[in-house]
Design a protein around this ligand. Structure first.
Ligand SMILES: [Zn+2]
Ligand SMILES: [Zn+2]
Length: 411
């Protein structure tokens, strides 16, 4: 049996037993469904289902590598795009390690330009630095450190949605994508009819795009007199408060190297470090708004810019502005890992362990030839690292390596 048929067989067994865990999205009859088949990588789109039973039996029957549904609601979801009759869409966010630069990403992630063949490590660029090409092949790894950093981006995002946009925690649903990230889903009548432009405004707010620190009073005293609200601003809701808290965090943790990395000259770094306690004390009283002893306006600006970078949430902006987006179906399998997309309450974010809670295959073993794989954990067990070797593994680990294309089945 070849590797692909083997994976499909495991997926098929899984769905025979667990397709009943697939739940209907709200207003199922208004949603479009799409499925990527194992065979020929064919996408079956424009499907619609009146009931969750019909959806489940379809999944059992075709055994897709990936299963999706639309964030959008349509009058006629099975029609061609132009005839569907768009009625609105949920607000959806995708946080993926692909968009978060991590140290380990430079080791385990690689990309190759499809136009000129130029290769690199870490986050895939938008355009190839050699030829300007825009399409890449990439090899990425869902490593634990990257998953943790995606999770902390999600925590920031949920916080912004609840504290600053005012959504109730019950309307904000979070999930693990089944690969390298997390999704945040808002179902609410107010957001339903927002168009792409309005959604782009939300994206810009969350990512801190176009945020001018000077307009928040940095380097001037004008905000104190014009807004009438003086003080440090730590408790302010919105970016003003986030800048205050973020700048304080940046400076309190800053080492000589960190400050140099902000582009500050040696002299400025020295001055800041020797005045650090004083600066922080002043900020505790009045916030990081005016340059004070040892801290020039430029240095302040650099710290604030870093604070904005740290406090914004790194979302995939395209997903949120696309009002026809297909998103992964909860409790379905991800074809690149054999892991589940899992929805969980926001109160569980801290405790959620994707490498345990999303494991689907819990029975049996399989023998595989691993080309190359870094050390990884599934549940409580550690595997690898492997390089050019034949190993017998528990089914979840074997299916994962096969799905990632890191191993092949041994007959
Ligand atoms: Zn290129
Ligand atoms: Zn990593």
């Amino acid at each position: 049996m070849d590797t692909k048929s083997f994976i499909q067989k495991r997926f098929s067994e899984f769905y025979r037993e667990k397709a009943s865990d697939i739940e209907a999205p709200r207003l199922i009859e208004q949603r479009e469904f799409g499925f990527l088949l194992f065979k020929g990588n064919v996408m079956v789109r424009h499907k619609s289902f009146g009931t969750v039973e019909a959806l489940r039996s379809f999944v059992k029957q075709i055994v897709p590598a990936h299963a999706y549904y639309s964030t959008a609601y349509y009058e006629a979801p099975e029609e061609k795009m132009e005839n569907k009759g768009w009625l609105g869409a949920d607000l959806y966010f995708d946080i993926d390690a692909d968009h978060i630069p991590t140290e380990c990403g430079k080791i385990h992630d690689r990309w190759k330009c499809k136009t000129c063949g130029f290769t690199g490590k870490g986050v895939t660029p938008e355009t190839c630095p050699m030829c300007g090409g825009k399409t890449f092949e990439n090899k990425t790894w869902p490593c634990e450190v990257c998953l943790e950093s995606a999770k902390s981006e999600m925590v920031k995002l949920v916080d912004i949605l609840v504290e600053e946009f005012g959504f109730s925690p019950d309307e904000v649903e979070v999930s693990f994508s089944g690969h390298r990230g997390y999704h945040v889903h808002v179902e609410n009548e107010v957001v339903k009819e927002l168009d792409s432009v309005a959604r782009k405004e939300i994206v810009d707010y969350i990512t801190g795009v176009g945020l001018e620190a000077a307009l928040h009073g940095v380097g001037t005293r004008s905000h104190v007199t014009s807004s009438g609200s003086s003080g440090r601003g730590f408790d302010n809701i919105g970016w003003r408060g986030r800048i205050s808290r973020g700048a304080y965090k940046v400076l309190s943790a800053a080492t000589e190297e960190d400050l140099k990395n902000l582009g500050l000259k040696e002299k400025a770094v020295e001055k800041i470090l020797s005045n650090k306690e004083l600066i922080l004390k002043t900020w505790e009283r009045s916030g990081p708004w005016q340059p004070i002893g040892g801290l020039s306006k430029d240095a302040l600006q650099a710290i604030i810019n870093r604070a904005v970078q740290n406090e914004s949430a790194k979302i995939d902006t395209v997903v949120t502005t696309d009002i026809h987006r297909l998103i992964r179906l909860p409790n379905s399998l991800h074809g690149k890992t054999g892991w589940l997309k899992v929805v969980f309450p926001t109160s569980e974010i801290e405790r959620f362990d994707p490498l345990k809670n999303a494991v689907a295959f819990k029975k049996g073993e399989a023998k595989v030839y691993v080309d190359e794989a870094p050390r990884f954990r599934l549940g409580e067990e550690l595997f690898g690292p492997f390089k050019h070797e034949k190993v017998e593994l528990p089914m979840a680990a074997a299916v994962f390596l096969l799905c990632k294309g890191a191993a092949e089945l041994v007959e």
